[in-house]
Design a protein around this ligand. Sequence first.
Ligand SMILES: *[C@@H]1O[C@H](CO)[C@@H](O)[C@H](O)[C@H]1NC(C)=O
Length: 628
Amino acid sequence: MLAVCSLTATLLLLLLSAGGVRQTDAFYIAGNAPQHYLLDDTVPVYWNKVYPAGERLNLPYPYADLPFVCHPAQWELPYMNLGRSMAGDQLVRSDIQIEMGRNETCKVLCRRQVTPDAVELALSLIRDQYMVEWFIDELPVSRPWVNMYDRNKQYGDGFPLGYYDPLMDSVFIYNHFILQILYEKSQTGSGQRLIVGVEIYPKSVENHGLMCPHDASIPGIHQQGLSADISGITYTYSVMWQEETSVSWGKRWDSYLSFNGDTFIHWLSIGNASVILALIALTVAAIAVRALSIPIPFRNSDDTSDQDDMSGWKQLHGDVFRAPENERLLAILVGSGLQVLCTIAGVLLLAALGILNPSFPGGLVSVGIFLYVFAGLLSGYTSARIYRTFGQEEWRRNAIQTAVLVPGGLYLLLVLLNFFNWAKGSATSISFGVFITLLTLWVCLMGPMVVAGAYVGERRPAFSHPVHTSAVRRTIPKPVWYMRSLPSVLLAGIIPFGTIFLQEYLLLQYMWGDRFYYFYGFLGASFLLLATVSVLVTLAMTYFQLCSEDYRWWWRSFFVGGSASIYIFAYTLLHCCIRLGISSPVSGFLYLVHALVASVVLGVALGSISFMVTYYAMRKVFKIVKVN
Ligand SMILES: *[C@@H]1O[C@H](CO)[C@@H](O)[C@H](O)[C@H]1NC(C)=O
């Protein structure tokens, strides 16, 4: 076990150093091939969505559907991968005409007639600090700013829809867009150009007709306010092409991803988690030394005075491997948990290596689904082996239940939640086609994977137990209050949660902002620390439980292992109450359900790995006890 610990620590350090080194230059692998343009080639502008970046829980909406912006003349929808559709992207090609290398001083996009209701909506969206997301050449169109840490130009995801001026107590909408597009001349001398940056400087300019403001940057020019008496909003744009020599195509995402401002808090989080890991590892090592009477140097080996009083647990050998209640459910949950764990670990690893990053939109979700489907093999295998160990025969039924229970539950939830999104016209509502694709993946690919895994698992020998289970069930003394199920699970969860809460804090910060989250090295390391600490805490708690002569460790180890997720969920709610306001019951409800599902799924994953390690340790320990 100590070998496992040190191995984990080494891996952790490797991952950490990779994460730390990469933080300075934000390594990533571009998600698409470079697109070469010749002079005067058309460069399409895609509109995606508006999303809230303020301190309020709200839903994103498709930009082109808003009743106060220009509708495209024809709805041209580009192809999107599965992950992108699921993340709620709804790209549509806009009527903004851009040609490579051709400056436009001012062009009219349209004048949109607005109803009072539309103005009302615009007012509320701007007050809630909604941001607009457009794409040009696969780059998010961003309003740049200079960050205070290293004075570098920084890009985010989009630009504000408008702004609220507290001095005048009125709301202005941005209706003139100055697009500054940075390009790089191709090295080959063929006259081809690559786009390396897309910046937008949105302005609010009062406009009553189909004319263009001469120069939107003139100070004192009237701004387009929003009030009930306006009848229309005119949208205009200018385009400026600027050659950029300091940024190459391969580095064009740097300004989006390399943000060093939060590095300190990340290191703090890792440091904090490492200290907790060290403490809990020492505790477990001390327990192991004492419980198994492992001879250690500098200790008088004749001194056994303090060992006998704690050896009551050894008498439980006739009961520890007695099958628990609901053993079938346990087998299914452990299998499904490992499946989730594999998926999370795989996604985090690929993201930490720079393969999954924001320049590959939808990549994280697509690859996650793909990994989840294939991890069905592991799920079926583990579930079948545990099932068999409990002396159960109907492995086919177990395999089907494993394939249905957790993945089916998640699918059903997705469908149900989508009704709410769909009713609110939110951008995150998922199309019917996506649901069919997911259903097909589940039934035709993941189902067979689980069954194949179960087939293999069923043919492998059951886990062998070193001691025989006695015919007579030992009575369990009434435990002290903190060793009862609920208190012990609640107490145990605090420790692993302590390793992750700073990361969770940052993650939630980024989720409600317009900056890209790109700290997967740190996140991966933190997840590894969380899983390790959960496992160690479970080992310690199982020992304490056995010491109080309670041998029902099967389910307990599963729950104790996943207990951190109770606090993770509570913290998400706390974040919502303290930092975010809730703008509608639907968005509050959706937030609650999403947080709950994510926490439960994470808990099942952590519980299953903790259970597996504890099970392994139990078999090893009782083998040693038997020999002695
Ligand atoms: C376009 O405008 C930019 C900025 O004013 C200028 O540097 C560039 O030379 C212009 N390009 C053309 C082709 O006029």
